[in-house]
Design a protein around this ligand. Structure first.
Ligand SMILES: Cc1cc2nc3c(=O)[nH]c(=O)nc-3n(C[C@H](O)[C@H](O)[C@H](O)COP(=O)(O)O)c2cc1C
Length: 186
């Protein structure tokens, strides 16, 4: 039996009733037995300023340690103005610094996005993929979890109730686990 895979998940939204937090929690509930998803909340990460990047705030220290301890990363993000939210970019910038201390180095990663509209955050996913190139991360290509019209697929308790969306989330988790084991040559 292979060692269980630890996946660190975080959402690019601080909103209490965030659709993306709901999608992430649903992924956590659906994780197969040979893996677990831990969720990290980006709330409290201060704005990055390179003048003080060597004085890593406690919250960022914890974030970087959790990333390093994880076998794989799972990001659920909204799209803001056709790109990723500042909160997510800021957290990624912190975790990639100081130069030479990029905690994302060599990690497998999968993306999900959700929005109330008909594009479901797809454009933000492609901006994230560009960022992964410099971070030297290894993204899963398929399936793509793009939750369109999220208000119809997530109920008022924050549960993903749409069968097709749940199935895609399950497939993405399996893909991420298989991809992670492949990269480790297990
Ligand atoms: C500043 C801002 C910009 C937005 N830009 C987009 C956008 O480009 N595309 C889109 O589909 N939705 C856009 N939205 C709507 C978000 O997708 C929507 O608020 C979504 O619910 C945010 O995700 P969350 O529920 O996880 O917080 C924007 C929202 C905000 C606040």
């Amino acid at each position: 039996m292979n060692k269980p895979i630890t996946i660190l998940g975080f959402a690019g939204s601080l909103r209490k009733n965030s659709y993306n937090k709901s999608v992430l929690r649903t992924a956590q509930e659906m994780t197969p037995k040979d893996a677990r998803v831990e969720i990290f909340d980006l709330e409290g990460i201060p704005p990055f300023n390179q003048d003080s990047e060597d004085q890593t705030p406690e919250k960022v220290r914890e974030f970087k340690a959790r990333i390093r301890a994880a076998d794989a990363i799972l990001i659920a993000t909204p799209e803001y103005n056709y790109s990723i939210p500042g909160v997510l970019k800021n957290a990624i910038d912190w975790a990639s610094r100081p130069y030479g201390d990029n905690s994302f180095q060599d990690k497998p990663v999968a993306i999900m996005s959700a929005s109330g509209g008909m594009i479901g955050g797809a454009r933000a996913q492609y901006h994230l993929r560009q960022i992964f190139v410099f971070l030297n991360m290894h993204p899963v290509n398929a399936p793509e979890v793009i939750v369109t019209f999220a208000g119809k697929k997530i109920d008022e308790k924050g549960r993903v109730i749409d069968g097709e969306t749940r199935e895609k989330i399950r497939e993405l988790l399996e893909s991420l686990i298989t991809w992670t084991r492949r990269l480790r040559k297990e």
